[in-house]
Design a protein around this ligand. Structure first.
Ligand SMILES: Nc1ncnc2c1ncn2[C@@H]1O[C@H](COP(=O)(O)OP(=O)(O)OP(=O)(O)O)[C@@H](O)[C@H]1O
Length: 521
């Protein structure tokens, strides 16, 4: 009878423990997946926010495809590492519980197991180290691959027209091969960890059994119990070794993400907390700017742009015109000298105050995938439908918009693909004008356009004259028709800044440009 009660109790206890184990395991799975999801979104947000808040110098230097790779596959590897870490902690806790029980049953045997575990674990340290360094190389190869693929992907038209499809294919194949090879090496090493561990563990067991049978010869039961303890502990140890291998393979990806976040955070976007009385005059005083690689962008440049003035900027290719535009926009800060607006250093001005009043049109009209209205509004609050209408009219694109099936609500396809180059550029001018800027800076807005589109943009500039302060880097002399003054930039220096008439006598570059256009030096 007593035996029956003991069996029932044992069954109940066993059942209870089984349920408890299941609940605990499910809870662990729940925590692990939740933690992984939290880490994924946290890492993505931290990385994206750090990038968005970093300076233009950092953002513009970032190779294409790198950020995407970090945000996607790298962050996935980081969450894998976190998932592995949780499982490793669970395995470690189980092992500790098991060994604690073992200590109560057989202290000597448990001690032997502990020694065996530590010995096997330390033998694997060099392998893990090697795995980590291989994984670091694999992370680098992945980034290189992503960068090259992004670059090749953006050259689709060139690939087709230059007939270099085969070379592209070969290049992609080589890159794929290199990235896959380094991944294979990491895979090989991390897969080698468990079998190496098993071999070492069984070796330890054999050694343990041999020495125990010497010490406790004839006590087969004791030897059996210790063997069981060893086998179970070593199987937990095996799980731990495999998790440690996986961690070693994934942590370089985490390091890369963290390093990148730090790099972004160390270079925040320019801006202070001052609000000047006005956006103009804009003054450059003895401004010198060098790029990180030492190339000179601008040297000792001095000029003043007055309220409502329309200023043209001309100069040979590579002279420093775009650098000047970026300094005027406050995207880059001078190494020497100052850029002031309304008498205050641009570095100290509240960025939001400045960007609300200054608009930029670049050489390449970059649009978003969305409707006309979404493109013209461009995420800015407070821009009304009337603003959109006015801006489209000012930019000479209103008739194009009204001709579209849904007017301002027409979707423009992926990044405005359904528009012509001229329409896209006028759309980007309308986008700049929708915010009613006080200062408008245009960097070669007509360089890629036919003469008819250029004439429409010139007309826009004529209508803005006197109402908005305009700085326009021009590729064609005709675009400069409405300019009050023109700055000539040559080899990083402002060699002339005067009215077109005065420049005819004072600037040989201007005279040459009048004769032969701005393309030839
Ligand atoms: N991001 C950069 N990193 C390093 N050097 C740069 C960078 N951008 C421009 N430069 C260098 O600075 C100099 C001025 O370039 P900038 O783009 O201002 O000339 P630009 O007059 O606008 O030329 P273009 O008319 O051809 O656009 C050039 O020598 C150029 O190589």
């Amino acid at each position: 009878m007593g035996q029956t009660i003991r069996t029932t109790t044992a069954l109940w206890v066993g059942g209870g423990l089984l349920v408890a184990r299941l609940v605990l395991s499910l809870w662990a799975v729940f925590i692990s997946t939740r933690l992984t999801a939290t880490v994924t979104s946290d890492q993505r947000q931290r990385l994206a926010h750090a990038y968005l808040n970093s300076s233009w110098a950092v953002q513009s230097a970032e190779p294409a495809g790198r950020l995407q790779e970090l945000l996607t596959s790298f962050v996935t590897r980081v969450s894998n590492a976190v998932g592995t870490l949780t499982q490793a902690i669970i395995a470690l806790l189980s092992l500790t519980a098991f060994l604690t029980t073992g200590l109560a049953i057989d202290a000597l045997g448990t001690l032997a197991v502990l020694v065996a575990l530590s010995a096997v674990g330390s033998v694997l340290i060099p392998l893990r180290r090697h795995l980590r360094s291989r994984s670091r190389a694999s992370a680098k190869a992945n980034l290189g691959f992503a960068k090259a693929v992004a670059e090749l992907g953006s050259l689709g038209m060139e690939m087709q027209t230059f007939g270099v499809r085969r070379s592209f294919t070969t290049r992609i194949d080589d890159l794929t091969q290199a990235a896959t090879e380094s991944q294979r090496k990491v895979g090989l090493l991390s897969s080698a960890v468990p079998p190496v561990y098993v071999a070492l563990a069984y070796g330890a067991i054999l050694l343990g059994v041999a020495s125990l049978s010497l010490v406790a010869s004839g006590q087969l039961a004791a030897v059996g119990a210790i063997m069981l303890l060893m086998l179970r502990s070593l199987s937990y140890g095996q799980a731990l070794a495999s998790y440690a291998g996986s961690l070693a393979a994934n942590t370089p990806f985490l390091e890369q993400v963290e390093e990148t976040i730090q790099r972004y955070e160390q270079a925040p976007a320019e801006g202070g907390d001052q609000t000047p009385p006005s956006t103009t005059p804009i003054e450059l005083s003895n401004v010198t700017f060098k790029y990180e690689d030492g190339r000179v962008g601008l040297t000792d440049a001095t000029l003043t742009i007055n309220p409502g003035e329309m200023v043209g900027v001309i100069g040979p290719s590579g002279a420093g015109k775009s650098t000047l535009a970026q300094l005027l926009l406050g995207l880059r800060a001078p190494d020497k000298g100052t850029v002031t607006t309304g008498g205050r250093d641009l570095r100290n001005i509240e960025r939001e105050w400045w960007t609300k009043r200054v608009a930029f049109v670049s050489q390449e009209a970059s649009l978003i995938t969305g409707t006309v209205a979404e493109n013209l509004r461009f995420f800015r609050a407070g821009i009304t439908d009337e603003d959109l209408h006015r801006a489209a009219a000012q930019a000479n694109v209103l008739s194009d918009v009204t001709a579209l099936p849904d007017g301002f609500n027409t979707s423009l396809g992926e990044r405005g693909r359904e528009l012509s180059g001229g329409q896209r550029q006028r759309m980007s001018i309308a986008r700049a004008l929708a915010g009613s800027p006080e200062v408008l800076i245009l960097d070669e807005p007509t360089s890629a356009l036919d003469s008819q589109s250029e004439a429409l943009i010139r007309q826009t500039l004529g209508e803005l004259k006197g109402r908005v302060t305009v700085i326009i880097i021009a590729h064609r002399m005709s675009t400069l028709d409405y300019c009050d003054r023109i700055a000539v930039v040559e080899r990083g220096r402002v060699t002339g800044f005067d009215s077109p008439d005065a420049l005819k006598t004072r600037s040989s570059f201007y005279r040459r440009a009048l004769r032969g256009g701005l393309g030839a030096e």
